[in-house]
Design a protein around this ligand. Structure first.
Ligand SMILES: [Zn+2]
Ligand SMILES: [Zn+2]
Ligand SMILES: [Zn+2]
Ligand SMILES: [Zn+2]
Ligand SMILES: [Zn+2]
Ligand SMILES: [Zn+2]
Ligand SMILES: [Zn+2]
Length: 1743
């Protein structure tokens, strides 16, 4: 970048020293023309302070700005020192309004009980101090912008203010002008300075020249310095911008990313600073290289002074925003200044200018002034109203600007509508005074200009740009929704007028939708192109709530309702004026009735699903029926040209269309029609579509002769002739023409009639309350199956307030079942409600219906009831709809019923269907219920006119002349082919009987009616036969299922993940309680040393899972292997900060006690022949290669890294462990040398070997050779005890441990190979010991088999793996290990580490396992391996004792135990005394032996336990009974099992002379002092187990934390995806460019990068905004896991979509923790990816 000439930085510094804001202010006070003076000051200083290119430190710029530019303003305003003056301005009393402006991602709370609408929200502080905390609330995260409504009385029905914002004195608030509280001088100066500054800011922000400045601001000397300014647009992608910048201004990728990020955030960013030409060059390149595909990026070359002034203008606006927070008076003054009309009159105030230029400004500028508007005008009660008026006046213009603009709405001033329109009093004021409702609707309609010849919207011709515009214009509907969200409590005459005006405008809008997107049935050819349908449905969906709200408003005022109804009627008659024209009139007759209509066939002519005008009318009509006007219908409201026939015509066509689609008649019209039909019934649309069509049919039918209604329905269903001509049906059947199609149509039509008569749960149609409707919806959902809260919510329509009413009724119909550790809470229907089940519930889909039917029949069978599902008792109809019931007994319907019943008499006619019959039976039952109900309510006093029961005894007329309906039913009752319907027919006949008796009785005396809902007695015998038959069928079905099951077995685990998981857990649980496999033995069980027992010549027979052959495990036999997964782990790490060392140079021989990174091995326990496994693995490899050629991408496992899935359980594996035979019994013939003898001999041997090795590598020996003990063959080569096959497998696993553990490429020559094998053995053992300890499980016998097998084979493998490595290497390791404890004479190993830096268990394992390499050379026959093991244990234990004493005794509370000192305590004290002798005052003075011993005992216990595990598995020694439980005596049992005295101090005491010098040597290592003085990592024992971090109980605390979290890389930016590491509690900025880093050559996101430092490649995170747990393994694998947070309904809320308060479920969190501690994360990811292939495609590494 070029360095332009400019003032040296020192110039500014000099200014700094001499500048006095006070003096400047005094000058201003004294001057004549303030504006001129201020401008002169700004002209001089603004470019100097803010025009420094990119070079000046931000901090200093900020200081200069404060001192030289802002401070004078404050001095002037206050007439003195601001620090003193400002606080004085604060007026007494708390702030009345909170007004906190939300940051992106900050939690907001809304009370579902008290908020006026869902946009009323509180900030967290206010919420916690409010009454709503104890109400039902909803929590969401803010998208940024908007403010806290605390203190706004209109926003809350109750509790408008929190404790912090309760106004001290309410009267003052409303009465007094706050300006009068200011000192008059301040008031005057505020007016003048506010006007100047605001004017200045507005001028600059709306300034359009690039090279000029407003008058008075021109600098004295113009410098040739410019910025090349890049502006944001929503067209170019991040990548395009970054690429272009790198090219145009030749910056690094990183700088380009930072530029692009800022441009995206602030809307503009200078990308180059320099002279004019230099900047023009860059501009040219940017424009050229982005103009190819689209319009070019916007770039301007701007003079630096102009940019500086614009920057300052923003700072000045922020300053104004801050200063007015001090006083309501100042705020009021600023408001007055802002809204004061300018010189050009209307629309020329400063605020108007800002708003009208909004779409021209860049994002950053918009944000700043929007924020100022929120802090000023919107916080002042009086001016909010005035501002609202300005906003409404400019509304149309602002909206058109916004629609042309390409920025998101949140960056547009139009977004402020939510702050204004949601205040009901303002909204109503604007409606009355500014005609807001009409303005919004008109603006909206104006924007959608594309119409067809009839003036209807036409979306299918939209270009991409128009579609985009359509997307933006929808926000207007949102504004309309705000305005209408709460109906007025009372109406003024003006409001009525304006609302009706708005309503009329709305009808105009609906008329443009009526009949849009018409469809015509496609015959012959399939349609060529799917027609556009989504736009129309989007519109419908968006308007749904508006339409409902309009009706709500109407319903609150009778006058408005009647007027609206009239307007709607006239709109509809205009729409339908041409409907019957040109159609051919016809006359239909059936069952003795005749009706006139016209010919129209849905299947041949145009039909549209969009009928909003009709539907609105239906809604209004139903509302009218609830008022007392209803009784005067239709006299007072003549239908005009609209006969009932016309009213039902269009809705009926639409319903027939649905039926025909169901019947498959519209297949050739493609998916668009299917989708439309789907949405028509969908919960999001049905309220204002399907439901209203049904309502309209009810309206029509209630006004018509029922026979006429039915005939028209028949005719529109194109079924009239099927029922009118006797033999037509038969002829039709014989012709076999689309019979199935016609059957479906008949079914659909019968269903429609059931609904028209039966659906009475809309208030106004039936006599019900609104909640009854909700209850019925819930009930029918729960009749399908128990459901979770969220499922129920989804099935119910939401109102404009996002409420369903669910919570208000759910407890009355359902009981809640809590969730377990998996799954979710469920609601179950209370049994007493199942009698309200209606099989033909209108909102059931066909699938729902059959599921519900099955569930209900099953329930009834379980209760021992018959399986008839008769209709429930319906609520009574409202008077205007009362005549609907006559449909049930109309002659036409009886004829239909008779016809179907007659067809049903023929068993296999094919001319009828079960569904058809079922529906007819249902209709008959409904009629009988109606008659019974009427009889009951009449009480015998009146004559009941509903005489269905007598009508069905009449013989039928045409077409079925056979017999009466009743007779037909009786004949069908015993028909064998109607077995399924038998119960229902029986029910009907019983009912007929009951009614007959009642009628007879009531004719005599009025006795109460018997409630024969169900026949009291059923034919039991027949039932039994029936059950038997069904049982037989069930058996057959079971068998079939079983067969399928075995077919599916292969994929069983995948598909039943959870079940599988459960059964595994059960198995593990069972293992805990089952008696231990090893036989309990006496207390003298010992696992190590010459006296150890067990081991054995036991034969071990295993079966290969691949070839099913049995095989004995032998060293020389065929190799057998165990599938295993090996991974690096930091689960036990006490130090995550230790950087990963260069793997090539890392020396793993000494494990640090902080266990920072370990290698863990797990196995599913499945055994294979090595050869079988190889074949399997090769096949997997080949398959993978072929697959990769076809489609790129990963599998859940990485074959190249040796990963595969266990062929049996599909568990993720990456290696195999060879199975080796058990250890032999100890050689009891050899004597057991004492520690001293053994140590002497061993050090001699070691020294001799060491010297030989050195000689071999360096040639000549420099020193005298140490004596070689006799019988020790330095050059002896022992025989390998394993066959080549077994040896090869030993190699395989060693290499995997090496490769994974060090993250290096395989290298068989590397001396570290055996170390890694031992390491994974030791680490795995340690991690399992911790788990057992923390879960309080016994040390032995509680592990699941697979873990037991894994540990056993892992240990036996490690004790043999030295045979695969060069013996010299292993010997060298042993010598180095030994030298930590003992001085190996003459050896030149100077680098022995400090013993405090060595984990003693690892040392024990390594030295025991490497000792064999030394022992194999000893042919003296005088010592056994076993005694060596015991002595090594002895030595290491003493070393560990000392380690514990040195590190872990300080800091314990000093609490002395009274009473006598025990032997242990005395000896501990003694040893501690000796250590203090060696180390002096490094060690604290602890005199209490009791305390010391307690520390030692606790500190050493984990070591002893892991040692016991180790020797148990190595020597196959059965554990003593005490260790199989957790009872007392554990310590003693443990010591004795390890062959140690239970007073461990005796180990030291009995060999003092030998050990004393060793201890001295350990303590003298320079590292010891260093560690103890805090120079290294001090690890205390026992090491505390790692847990996942503590999470807060309330999820919103996390959200709040995350909202204040800023990206650590991009200077204070809010992070978009804050993600919490559950292991260390670190918050990360995930999934974003800013925080990508390079790890091993790949760019990875913050999470992946973090896993490499924190979890050795494994990570567990909580994505806070999504409420989702993320597991990551390596770079390519990951999965999401349910979070441990549940709402009160026992459900998680991924994505925080529902917003119910979430609370921590500790059981679930423990489950996650256990997964992690068991090293199960990688496996969970593997299973998840296997089950869901889409997970594989996610780019995990960028998270
Ligand atoms: Zn607040
Ligand atoms: Zn508050
Ligand atoms: Zn509340
Ligand atoms: Zn096999
Ligand atoms: Zn397996
Ligand atoms: Zn972490
Ligand atoms: Zn970041």
């Amino acid at each position: 970048m070029a360095e332009p000439s400019r003032d040296p930085p020192s110039a500014l510094s000099a200014d700094f020293m001499s500048f006095s804001p006070g003096d400047t202010a005094s000058r201003w006070l004294a001057c004549a023309d303030l504006q001129q003076e201020v401008y002169r000051h700004l002209a001089e200083y603004v470019p100097r302070v803010l025009c420094q290119g990119g070079g000046v430190a931000e901090q200093r710029e900020e200081l200069a700005l404060q001192l030289m530019l802002l401070a004078p303003l404050e001095w002037f305003l206050l007439g003195g020192e601001p620090a003193a003056g400002l606080p004085l301005l604060r007026q007494g009393g708390g702030e009345a309004l909170c007004g906190h402006v939300f940051k992106v991602g900050e939690p907001t709370y809304s009370c579902r009980e008290c908020a006026a609408d869902p946009t009323c929200v509180l900030c967290m502080q206010c919420f916690l101090a409010s009454v709503h905390r104890h109400h039902r609330y909803r929590m969401t995260t803010s998208g940024g912008g908007g403010f806290c409504d605390c203190g706004d009385a209109e926003a809350w029905k109750t509790g408008p203010s929190c404790q912090n914002h309760t106004p001290a004195d309410r009267n003052r608030e409303t009465e007094e002008d706050p300006v009068s509280l200011l000192p008059p001088a301040v008031e005057e100066r505020s007016y003048s300075i506010f006007s100047i500054i605001l004017q200045y800011a507005v001028d600059l922000l709306t300034w359009e020249q690039e090279d000029q400045l407003p008058a008075g601001l021109e600098p004295q000397q113009r410098s040739d310095s410019y910025y090349c300014m890049l502006f944001n647009d929503e067209v170019h992608t991040y990548e395009q911008v970054i690429y272009t910048l790198q090219k145009a201004v030749s910056c690094s990728q990183k700088e380009a990313v930072s530029f692009a990020t800022t441009v995206d955030r602030d809307g503009r960013k200078s990308v180059r600073f320099g002279d004019h030409q230099f900047c023009e060059q860059a501009k040219a390149v940017i424009v050229r290289s982005t103009s190819r595909q689209s319009k070019p990026l916007r770039v301007q070359v701007m003079h630096s002074a102009l940019v500086a002034h614009q920057c300052f203008a923003l700072k000045a606006l922020s300053w104004l925003g801050q200063i007015i927070q001090y006083s309501d008076g100042l705020r009021r003054i600023l408001c007055q200044v802002g809204l004061r009309p300018g010189p050009e009159g209307e629309n020329s105030s400063l605020v108007d200018r800002l708003m009208l230029n909004d779409s021209k400004m860049w994002k950053g500028a918009r944000n700043v002034y929007h924020q100022l508007l929120m802090n000023s005008l919107l916080m002042d009660r009086k001016f909010k109203k005035l501002f609202a008026i300005r906003f409404a006046k400019n509304y149309e213009r602002l909206q058109s600007d916004f629609i042309r603009d390409d920025h998101d709405r949140q960056f547009s001033v139009t977004d402020l509508s939510v702050q204004i329109f949601t205040v009901p009093s303002l909204a109503r004021m604007l409606m009355v005074e500014e005609n807001l409702m009409m303005t919004i609707i008109r603006t909206f309609v104006d924007q959608l200009r594309h119409r067809d010849a009839q003036g209807r919207f036409q979306f299918d011709r939209y270009t991409a740009q128009q579609a985009f515009k359509f997307g933006r214009v929808q926000s207007l509907i949102g504004d309309l929704k705000y305005v209408l969200i709460s109906p007025p409590p009372q109406w003024s005459q003006q409001l009525r007028t304006k609302f009706l005006d708005g309503f009329e405008a709305f009808l105009d809008l609906l008329r443009c939708m009526q009949g849009m997107d018409p469809v015509v049935r496609q015959v012959g050819q399939h349609i060529e192109m799917e027609p556009e349908w989504e736009a129309a449905f989007t519109l419908q969906m968006k308007l749904t709530h508006i339409i409902t709200m309009m009706q709500e408003w109407c319903s609150t005022d009778e006058h408005v309702l009647i007027e609206a109804y009239k307007k709607c009627l006239s709109a509809l008659s205009q729409c339908q004026s041409g409907l019957p024209d040109g159609e051919q009139p016809i006359s239909l007759s059936l069952a003795g009735h005749t009706v006139d209509t016209f010919r129209y066939q849905v299947s041949q002519e145009k039909v549209s699903i969009h009928l909003p005008v009709c539907r609105l009318l239906a809604g209004l009509h139903v509302l009218l029926s609830r008022t007392e006007v209803a009784s005067r219908l239709p006299e007072q409201l003549p239908l005009g040209d609209l006969s009932p026939h016309l009213l039902i015509e269009l809705p009926l066509r639409c319903l027939v269309l649905c039926a025909q689609v169901h019947a498959g008649m519209w297949r050739r019209n493609g998916f668009s029609l299917i989708n439309q039909i789907y949405y028509y019934h969908n919960v999001k649309c049905r309220v204002e579509m399907f439901d209203k069509d049904l309502a309209m049919l009810q309206v029509g039918a209630s006004m018509m002769d029922p026979n006429h209604f039915l005939m028209i329905v028949l005719s529109r269903f194109e079924l009239f002739h099927t029922f009118s001509a006797t033999d037509l049906r038969r002829r039709f059947r014989e012709a076999n023409k689309d019979l199935a199609q016609q059957n479906t149509l008949i079914e659909e039509m019968l269903h429609l009639i059931i609904m028209v008569v039966g659906e009475r749960y809309v208030p106004g149609v039936g006599q019900v309350e609104p909640l009854d409707e909700v209850r019925r919806e819930i009930l029918h959902q729960l009749c399908i199956r128990p459901m979770a809260h969220s499922e129920l919510v989804k099935a119910l329509p939401e109102n404009g307030n996002k409420e369903t009413g669910l919570e208000r009724v759910i407890d009355s119909v359902a009981s809640f079942r809590k969730p377990g550790v998996t799954g979710r809470g469920l609601y179950e229907l209370r049994p007493e409600w199942s009698k309200h089940f209606d099989l033909y519930f209108h909102h059931y889909s066909r699938a729902d219906q059959s599921k519900a039917e099955e569930a209900q029949r099953k329930l009834r069978r379980q209760n021992g009831e018959d399986t008839a599902l008769p209709p429930p008792r319906p609520p009574p109809l409202c008077p205007p709809f009362a005549s609907l019931v006559n449909l049930l007994q109309s002659d036409a319907l009886l004829a239909l019923e008779g016809a179907v019943l007659q067809w049903a008499g023929e068993p296999n006619g094919g001319g009828w269907t079960e569904s058809m019959l079922q529906r007819v039976l249902h209709l008959v039952a409904m009629a009988l219920l109606e008659e019974q109900q009427q009889l009951e309510s009449s009480g015998g006093d009146e004559v009941v006119s509903f005489t269905f029961s007598s009508k069905i005894t009449r013989p039928g007329e045409a077409p079925s002349t056979s017999g009466s309906v009743l007779a037909l039913l009786e004949s069908l009752q015993s028909a064998p082919h109607l077995e399924v319907h038998k119960d229902m027919i029986t029910w009907i006949l019983k009912m007929v009987g009951n009614i007959k008796t009642t009628r007879e009785r009531t004719s005599g005396s009025s006795v109460s009616v018997s409630h024969g809902r169900r026949p009291e007695e059923t034919v039991r015998d027949k039932d039994k036969a029936e059950r038997k038959r069904k049982a037989e069928m069930a058996r057959l079905r079971r068998e079939k299922v079983m067969a399928q099951m075995s077919e599916m077995q292969k994929h069983f685990i995948n598909e039943n993940k959870e079940l599988f998981q459960q059964s595994m857990e059960e198995l593990e649980a069972a293992a805990e309680h089952s008696p231990p496999s090893s036989e309990p033995t006496c207390a003298t069980q010992i696992c190590v040393g010459p006296r150890r027992v067990g081991g054995a010549e036991r034969h071990q027979l295993v079966t290969c899972i691949l070839c099913q052959e049995e095989q004995e495990v032998r060293g020389h036999g065929r190799a057998m292997v165990l599938a295993a997964f090996i991974q690096r782990s930091t689960v036990l790490s006490k130090n995550r900060r230790r950087g990963i060392l260069d793997p090539e140079r890392l020396d793993p021989l000494f494990m640090h006690p902080d266990l920072s990174v370990g290698v863990h091995t797990a196995s599913c326990g499945h055994i294979m022949h090595a050869t079988c496994w190889r074949r399997y693995f090769e096949a997997v490899q080949q398959k993978e290669q072929r697959r990769q050629q076809r489609l790129r991408g990963h599998t859940s496992y990485d074959v190249e890294n040796g990963e595969f899935l266990c062929p049996l359980c599909e568990c993720l594996s990456n290696t195999v462990i060879p199975l080796l035979p058990h250890a032999c019994s100890p050689d009891r013939s050899v004597e057991h040398p004492c520690l001293e003898t053994w140590l002497k001999r061993t050090t001699q041997q070691a020294a001799a070997l060491d010297s030989t090795h050195r000689k071999q590598s360096h040639g000549a020996a420099q020193q005298a050779e140490p004596a070689v003990p006799d019988g020790f063959g330095v050059g002896f080569v022992p025989r390998n005890p394993f066959s080549s096959g077994v040896g090869e497998m030993i190699n395989t696993f060693s290499m995997s441990a090496y490769k994974v553990g060090l993250k290096v490429n395989p290298n068989e020559q590397d001396p570290r190979v055996p170390v890694l094998s031992w390491s994974t053995c030791a680490y795995t053992m340690q991690s399992i010991e911790r788990l057992l300890m923390d879960e309080k499980k016994p040390l032995f016998g509680s592990l699941p088999c697979r873990q037991d097998d894994c540990l056993s084979s892992l240990t036996r493998f490690s004790s043999a793996c030295w045979t695969a490595a060069p013996i010299r290497t292993v010997q060298n390791h042993f010598i180095r290990l030994l030298s930590v404890l003992v001085l190996v004479p003459d050896s030149q190993l100077e680098d022995a580490p400090c013993f405090l830096d060595v984990d003693m268990f690892h040392l024990l394992v390594y030295s025991v396992l490497s000792y064999s390499s030394l022992h194999s050379l000893d042919q003296s026959g005088r010592s056994s391996v076993d005694s060596a093991h015991l002595h090594l244990l002895h030595l290491v234990t003493v070393a560990h004792l000392v380690q514990v004493l040195l590190t872990s005794t300080a800091g314990e509370p000093s609490m002395d135990q009274d009473g006598e000192e025990s032997e242990e305590e005395r000896l501990t004290c003694q040893l501690y005394g000796r250590l203090r002798d060696h180390l002096g005052r490094c060690l604290p003075d602890v005199s209490s032996g009791w305390r010391l011993w307690r520390c030692v005992r606790a500190g050493v216990l984990p070591f002893l336990r892991t040692a016991a595990l180790f020797f148990h598995y190595m020597n196959s020694a059965s554990p003593p009974a005490d260790l199989l439980g957790t009872g007392p005596g554990q310590w003693e049992a443990l010591c004795s099992y390890l062959g140690l005295p239970s007073n461990l101090l005796l180990l030291y005491q009995n060999h003092r002379t030998l050990l004393e010098p060793l201890i001295h040597r350990w303590c003298c290592h320079p590292g010891v002092g260093q560690v103890l003085h805090g120079g290294g990592v001090l690890v205390r024992f026992p090491r505390e187990s790692n847990r996942l971090i503590d999470l807060p109980e309330d999820y919103s605390i996390l959200i709040n934390q995350a909202s204040s979290f800023t990206c650590p890389r991009s200077g204070g930016d809010k992070s978009r995806a804050p993600t919490l590491c559950l292991v260390c509690g670190c918050m990360l900025c995930s999934q974003s460019y800013c925080c990508q880093t390079e790890v091993e050559g790949d760019d990875v996101g913050a999470c992946t990068a973090h896993t490499f430092t924190c979890g050795a490649g494994i990570g567990l995170f909580l994505r806070v905004r999504e409420s989702q747990v993320l597991f990551v393994a390596g770079k390519t694998k990951g999965c999401f896991y349910p979070p441990p947070y549940l709402d009160d309904y026992g459900e998680t809320d991924p994505g925080l979509k529902r917003g119910n308060p979430l609370h921590l479920c500790s059981e679930r969190y423990q489950k996650i923790e256990r997964l992690w501690r068991q090293h199960g994360i990688a496996e969970v990811i593997g299973h998840a990816q296997e089950a869901n292939q889409t997970l594989v495609a996610i780019d995990w590494q960028h998270l």
